[in-house]
Design a protein around this ligand. Structure first.
Ligand code: CU
Ligand code: ZN
Length: 188
């Protein structure tokens, strides 16, 4: 059983992690209080371009909803299968292999995990699944992503599957597409 409570008041004030273990039942409660300055952005977008030697491209949208952030994406030019899909630390796609985007965006200094885990990198969006034609879409609500905190950072799609456990980044292989997250139309 996992509970996550985040108050977005606008700079990170406090991060509290408490783990209570009763018998075999483990309850994780994470309370993160963030104090943001300036406007709260509600819409963001990243246009992904292929890295050298690959043909993957697409668009990723982040939209604030009541339960978190709705992540939707359409990616083409992939090989079939599960592809690691993450927000990386830097919005820097200048390196031919995408490594200039740095590691996974991890403002709360947690281990790598999956999108449904309470304790994870903020950038851990798991996998996007490409069909036999190399097309992939995703549409889910993420309870951890904070749009103000991901602006100007990178989105990376990998050539392999994120196993959601290997540290520090899920052993997802080379980076096949890279994009920078910007403010999208729809934000007041
Ligand atoms: Cu990645
Ligand atoms: Zn990660």
């Amino acid at each position: 059983m996992k509970n996550r409570t985040i108050w977005n008041k606008g700079t990170i004030l406090v991060a509290i992690i408490s783990i209570a273990i009763t018998g075999c039942m483990q309850t994780e409660t994470i309370e993160i209080e963030r104090e943001m300055e300036g406007p709260e952005y509600t819409h963001a977008v990243a246009i992904l371009q292929p890295t050298e030697g690959f043909e993957a491209s697409g668009t990723v949208y982040f939209t604030k909803v009541e339960e978190g952030v709705n992540v939707t994406a359409e990616i083409t030019g992939l090989s079939e299968g599960n592809k690691g899909f993450h927000i990386h630390q830097y919005g820097d796609c200048t390196a031919a292999n995408g490594t200039s985007a740095g590691g996974h965006f991890n403002p709360d200094e947690m281990d790598h995990a999956g999108p449904d885990d309470a304790m994870r990198h903020m950038g851990d969006m798991g996998n996007i699944v490409a069909d036999a034609d190399g097309n992939a879409t995703i549409d889910y609500v993420d309870g951890t992503i904070n749009i103000n905190m991901i602006l100007g950072r990178g989105v990376i799609v990998h050539n392999g599957e994120d196993d959601l456990t290997s540290q520090p980044s899920g052993a997802a292989g080379p980076r096949v597409a890279c994009g920078v997250i910007g403010v999208a139309a729809g934000t007041e």
